[in-house]
Ligand binder design. Structure first.
Ligand code: 5GP
Length: 150
């Protein structure tokens, strides 16, 4: 029995090196922790400063920056740093964060001088017209908004 164990250990060391490397690589890939890769969006890259954005406000929980295709003279996006894909994915644990995002809207609107009013929009999912899967609040201001929206 002892002889058998010793032999199998010996056999392991005679496995071809490329095969051993392949096994090590496979184990590493399957066990490695790759955080949030499924939720990776252009907004995650903006948070990490990997792509540029005109940032107007930042704190520990949220980031606000100008929309690259503005639909009004002032068009700001407010996002949580936590990558929640859409409003419908927010959970009860996000209660305080959701309140914080709304108060950030108010704060940024004041900062940008939108004293005459503004519109806040959250597009949720496909029918809502959402194109980036990272929850964001639009602030649209600097002109009179029409109703109903298209
Ligand atoms: P949604 O249609 O998902 O509600 O809004 C996504 C918004 O993100 C759009 O208004 C779009 O113009 C904006 N957007 C998309 N990519 C970028 C980007 O790389 N930088 C900035 N600043 N805005 C972006």
């Amino acid at each position: 029995m002892e002889q058998e164990t010793r032999n199998s250990r010996k056999n392991f060391f005679f496995l071809p090196l490329p095969f051993i490397r392949y096994i090590r690589y496979t184990i590493r890939c399957r066990t490695s922790f790759t955080p949030m890769t499924t939720q990776e969006t252009i907004f995650s890259k903006i948070i990490r400063r990997e792509i540029p954005a005109d940032i107007v406000y930042e704190d520990d929980l949220a980031l606000a920056f100008r929309d690259v295709h503005p639909q009004a003279p002032i068009h700001i996006l407010i996002i949580p740093k936590k990558p929640i894909p859409k409003l419908a994915d927010a959970e009860s644990g996000d209660h305080a964060l959701m309140g914080h995002l709304l108060l950030t809207v108010k704060r940024v609107a004041e900062q940008l001088g939108l004293s005459n009013g503004y519109r806040v929009v959250i597009n949720n999912g496909n029918d809502g017209g959402q194109t980036v899967d990272h929850l964001h609040l639009h602030i649209l201001g600097g002109r009179h908004m029409k109703w109903p929206p298209g």
